[in-house]
Design a protein around this ligand. Structure first.
Ligand SMILES: Nc1ncnc2c1ncn2[C@@H]1O[C@H](COP(=O)(O)OP(=O)(O)OP(=O)(O)O)[C@@H](O)[C@H]1O
Length: 235
């Protein structure tokens, strides 16, 4: 369902993504690992349309995404939870969540309300804080809000960048539970994560990136693959 072929992207003259090929099926979680600065975030941003691809294709459910604006990529079913979470200042929790509704066209008002209520059922703390400014939430709650905002749009592909960064272990467990839920709903999840052990508990497969290329790929449950992975990302 997701096919990435020969993807390249640049920041000015810096060639960051240097020919990435990647496939994923519905309901798969793919871990994207690698040392700092190898291009993991840039890969997600290129798929999301935040960075323009200089070559290659990204196809999701037969639709080409390269060259589309971030907005259109979003409408094509791609949810992005960036590392800084992008909780909009000046907007309440509910207003932040409502932005996720923009991803799906053609829903009635009633369906939109139901979608938001379902989120409050799943994340009661967001419900309790619905009228509070999103930026006044704790770091963990903001991560939940960023993920919930994406879930409201029922994306086919979810890009998640370093979700556990700076969070307490209990919240990290909650973050990974949400990744499992997304998978169980049939979404593809591309998960960039430094917390490799946790990520392997939820990932089906993984890729290791070095200097903008995939240098090793493996299956999360296979011991030899995981040993090699740890060697590659050891500092
Ligand atoms: N906006 C930008 N303009 C120019 N160079 C950038 C920009 N953003 C990132 N870079 C550079 O691109 C390279 C890849 O960065 P990227 O953030 O994609 O790496 P990463 O693997 O996600 O690393 P980290 O784990 O540290 O976030 C780095 O050398 C970084 O300094």
């Amino acid at each position: 369902m997701l096919a990435i072929r020969g993807l390249h992207s640049h920041y000015g003259l810096s060639h960051i993504i240097q020919g990435i090929d990647l496939d994923a099926r519905a309901g798969e979680v793919i871990g994207i690992f690698g040392r700092n600065g190898v291009g993991k975030t840039t890969l997600l941003k290129t798929i999301a349309g935040w960075v323009t691809a200089s070559a290659g294709t990204v196809t999701l459910a037969e639709r080409g995404l390269c060259g589309l604006s971030p907005d259109r990529v979003c409408h094509a079913g791609v949810g992005f939870v960036p590392e800084d979470r992008r909780i909009f200042p000046g907007l309440t929790v509910e207003e932040n969540l409502s932005l996720g509704l923009l991803q799906v066209r053609g829903r009635s008002r009633q369906q939109e309300h139901r979608a938001i209520d379902a989120i409050y059922g799943r994340f009661p703390r967001l419900g309790e804080r619905r009228h509070q400014l999103g930026t006044t939430l704790s770091g963990g709650e903001q991560q939940m809000l960023a993920m919930a905002r994406v879930m409201v749009g029922e994306p086919r592909l979810v890009l998640i960048d370093e979700p556990s960064e700076g969070l307490a272990p209990m919240i990290v467990a909650e973050v990974f539970a949400i990744v499992r839920e997304l998978r169980d709903r049939g979404a593809i999840v591309l998960l960039v994560e430094q917390n490799v052990h946790e990520a392997l508990s939820v990932a089906d497969r993984f890729h290791v990136v070095e200097r903008g290329k995939i240098v090793f790929s493996g299956e999360a449950g296979v011991e030899t693959d995981c040993t090699r992975l740890m060697q590659l990302i050891a500092v």
